[in-house]
Design a binder for this molecule. Structure first.
Ligand code: NOJ
Length: 533
């Protein structure tokens, strides 16, 4: 399908910033809003259109900001509301958009709503959270588990009931069946929309509403020992309930009232369920995050069939999107290696659908090992020995080869990659062969060629090593051939009579070469070919 009047969130490239780790300006070893402001020129130079910032609100930081104690203010660690106003103004001046993280599923236990709710059983806000009596033997109300380990219920001694928390016990789940909760969160959205934000990335969208009978979840027969405890059960009653779509619709209608905004849903579900979050009549999330590239094994046939299955599953007018990494997942360059990370970049930036880049991917940042006694992430702390900490993918951005990579004047909250003096933005900006230069070239060509940003997608051929596809807009046609292995492989398009010239390649020596007949690709090579008519 060709997209005729593409909107900014369809054409554009999204970039996720983890604010603690982007740029520190006040010398506390933690990134801040002024730091982000100081790097906007860089993002603009790179060709980023949309910036999404992980939470910046007041928070006890038990889950590094995903435990919010005030939805409509800025944490002093990150700066002030006037810093935020300056940030949004500058983002807009540069022609970019700003998206905030909305965390509607749970608050901090220090949020005034929860403090009131736990103060007494007849407090008007009691029903804002999910409270339940113990079973007769005093045990938890049902078998639901916490994503961060252990069971999902916490006993409140004062009021003699349990409350449910899908994440930390310091992150009680809101009761989205209560209309007052709905209105309160919609008011939060209005607050930021009135300030001019361009949309929201909605945290754990598929968790928002739970089975009204709170039935036990069934056992997961596929559970393997090293997985998080949470995977012992299938969360069929605690997540992805039919009623969630009505909530998403209300959010959608609300943002639509502000013009061309975007709702991105964080949803880890199989494709057939994921696409239901586009909503009936497209009144759901604009972009339900598609995490296949970071959850599937990096294997050519699996990836190519996932792309095709996704394309086929999209509802009419549902716009696709692709992601290689985020602050909860191993970095792509660690998972598949730097050579394949270039191939992955070419895939991300030539597929049909909005790409999201996680900060540092553009310079090939890798996970940084953090010794067990240094772990800060609660997911790692709560389940020791399983290497589930997310600290490694949240380390500071190296800007140059000065002390602490130019990230901070003091020791950063997490260590930088050891080789930051050889891998940083400044060095890579000057290096024609760097990952950053490669990203920039891919972004430039994607922005220049409508075929690549909004044109049609057609699979050409895949085998256990390579995948290939054509993107087309009117008469402009581009072929992408990617070798997803380290070994050589051969693309044999002869019967398709594909002819053209390589315009971008993982290995720039290939650029300018003609494609005509069989083409051999070295390991980790990918090519983007402008096809002749
Ligand atoms: C998903 C976020 O991406 C993750 O970082 C966080 O820990 C959980 N939601 C809980 O809010």
């Amino acid at each position: 399908m060709e997209q005729k009047d593409a909107l900014w969130w369809q054409r554009g490239i999204i970039y996720q910033i983890y604010p603690r780790s982007y740029q520190d300006t006040n010398g506390d070893g933690i990134g801040d809003l002024k730091g982000i402001i100081s790097r906007l020129e860089y993002l603009h130079w790179l060709g980023i259109d949309v910036i999404w910032i992980s939470p910046i609100y007041p928070s006890p930081m038990k889950d590094f900001g995903y435990d919010i104690s005030n939805y409509t203010d800025i944490h002093p660690l990150f700066g002030s509301m006037s810093d935020f106003d300056e940030l949004i103004a500058q983002v807009h001046t540069l022609g970019m958009k700003l998206i905030l993280d909305l965390v509607p599923n749970h608050t901090s236990n220090e949020h005034p709503w929860f403090i009131e709710s736990r103060s007494g059983r007849d407090n008007p806000k009691r029903d804002w959270y999910i409270w339940k009596d113990a079973r007769e033997d005093g045990s938890v109300p049902n078998n639901w588990l916490s994503v961060f380990g252990g069971n999902g219920w916490e006993w409140d001694e004062q009021t003699k009931q349990y409350y449910y928390h899908a994440f930390l016990k310091e992150q009680p789940d809101l009761n989205w069946r209560n209309p007052d909760v709905q209105q309160a969160m919609y008011n939060v959205m209005r607050f930021w929309l009135d300030k001019g934000v361009d949309g929201f990335r909605v945290d754990v969208m598929w968790h928002m509403i739970k089975d009204d009978e709170l039935r036990d979840n069934p056992l997961n027969p596929g559970y393997a020992d090293l997985q998080a405890d949470y995977n012992k059960l299938l969360p069929v009653y605690s997540t992805d309930q039919p009623e969630v779509h009505e909530i998403v619709k209300q959010m959608r209608v609300l943002v639509d009232g502000y013009g061309e905004k975007v709702i991105i849903g964080e949803i880890y579900l199989p494709i057939e369920k994921l696409v239901t979050y586009y909503g009936a009549n497209n009144l759901g999330a604009h972009l339900p995050f598609n995490f296949q590239l970071l959850t599937l094994p990096w294997e050519a046939l699996q990836i190519s069939s996932a792309i095709d299955a996704y394309e086929a599953a999209l509802p009419e007018n549902g716009w696709p999107n692709w992601v290689l990494g985020n602050h909860d997942q191993q970095r792509i360059a660690s998972r598949i290696g730097l050579g394949q990370a270039r191939v992955a970049a070419m895939l991300l930036l030539t597929l049909r659908g909005t790409p999201t880049i996680y900060y540092g991917e553009e310079i090939g940042m890798k996970d940084v090992p953090i010794e067990e006694d240094q772990v800060q992430d609660p997911q790692g702390l709560n389940m020791p020995g399983k290497h589930l900490s997310r600290d490694p993918e949240r380390t500071p951005m190296p800007w140059d080869n000065s002390a602490n990579g130019g990230f901070s004047k003091v020791k950063p909250w997490l260590p930088l990659e050891r080789d930051y003096k050889r891998k940083n933005v400044q060095l890579q900006q000057d290096d024609p062969f760097s990952m950053l230069t490669f990203y920039k070239r891919l972004i430039d060509v994607r922005k220049k060629e409508r075929a690549l940003s909004v044109g049609s997608y057609r699979p050409v051929y895949a085998n256990h090593q390579l995948i290939s596809y054509i993107r087309q807009w009117n008469d402009d046609k581009f072929l992408v051939v990617l070798n997803l292995t380290h070994g050589v492989c051969y693309f044999t398009p002869a019967h398709l009579e594909l002819k053209g010239t390589i315009i971008v390649a993982t290995h720039s020596e290939l650029e300018g070469l003609p494609l005509n007949g069989t083409f051999g690709l070295g390991g980790d090579e990918g090519i983007l070919v402008r096809l002749e008519e």
